[in-house]
Design a protein around this ligand. Sequence first.
Ligand SMILES: *Cc1c(COP(=O)(O)O)cnc(C)c1O
Length: 399
Amino acid sequence: MAGVPPKHGLRTTLSHIGRITKNEHGFINPPLLRGSTVLVPTVAERKALGARRGERVLTYGTGGSATHWALEDAMAAIEGGTRCYIVSTGLAAVTTPLLAWLKAGDHLLMPDSVYGPARTFAATILKQFGVETDYYKPQIDEAGMAALMRPNTRVVYTESPGSHTFEMQDIPAIARAAHAGGAKVFMDNTWGIHHFQPFTHGVDVSIQAATKYPAGHSDVLIGAIIVNNEADWQVLHAAGRNLGQYASPDDCWLTLRGIRTMAVRLQAQMESGLQVAHWLRHQPEVAQVLHPALPGAPGHDLWRRDFTGACSLFGVEFKPTFTPEATHRFVESLQLFGIGASWGGYESLAIPTTGFITRTAGTGKFAGPVVRMHIGLEDVDDLITDIRQALAQMRAFKG
Ligand SMILES: *Cc1c(COP(=O)(O)O)cnc(C)c1O
């Protein structure tokens, strides 16, 4: 099944993909296969098996089992790529391809709005291994990116919209400049899952924190790396195996279960998220809502050009008359929103952005304090009622 692009809509694909039809005793879902050692009857067969590393045969636990392969097929179909490698966390999905494609003496370009732990990885492990990283303005155009390319620039990393500050990137333009300079284009596509098809926009390696909407229930950590040709698959697969990257079959199984309902969850959460974002925009405390799918919001034109939908994560910039501490009161006054990192589950979350993020290329500056919100599957009227009372608490805050 690997490499089969979805012939149907997302809901149909997610209802049918990754369901092995034999050896299931008639059950609809594939079995959960756990194991490390794979026994064979003869030494000759053990030798023959060793030569088949990389194929979808059971050789050893770290090579994956049918449970992993079903999830790989599902994630590849969601992202429109040919192959997927499943890893232990979303962060491992960031770091594994960076280690696969970069070597000492190489240069890496990352957007200033990159997911924080990716920045930390570049500043520590990659630096330690002799890779130099520069940060660019996320809204860079083709000429701007061309000017930043060096002969040793091997990877141009992207993330659109950016973590916490939601800057949209012109991925096709960036990809043209990157490819002209001989670099690979990576994209953290966690926000755009399925609604942005990376490989038709010039991306070579797509990164998914499947912890978010695919798992969908805030109880699994898992990552997926998706590529779109055999040569890239060979590089990725070799690195993943060499690094010992592996995800528990239990977590793969749970993520596969999450995926069955992901399309309807995403649809419901997109609609609720846009309703809340639209309502928030009209509140007197709010300067702007950083939601690329909201008409008139920053980056909306690029979103409309390149995306077919949105998830339910966005930012709210309050008027500069409110202090960051006042927005902490707002967040703490919410009854239906948890204060926490991560997102993509069924529950609503809110977390301050101002004072909690790092930017080194001078971007992501706002006049007022910013809060990130994730809209879950609750009734949207209840969420708005809750936000209304928390705004009143914020107005009353004297700090
Ligand atoms: C959460 C997140 C990750 C990392 O995922 P984990 O499973 O938590 O390690 C990577 N990229 C983005 C954009 C994220 O939001």
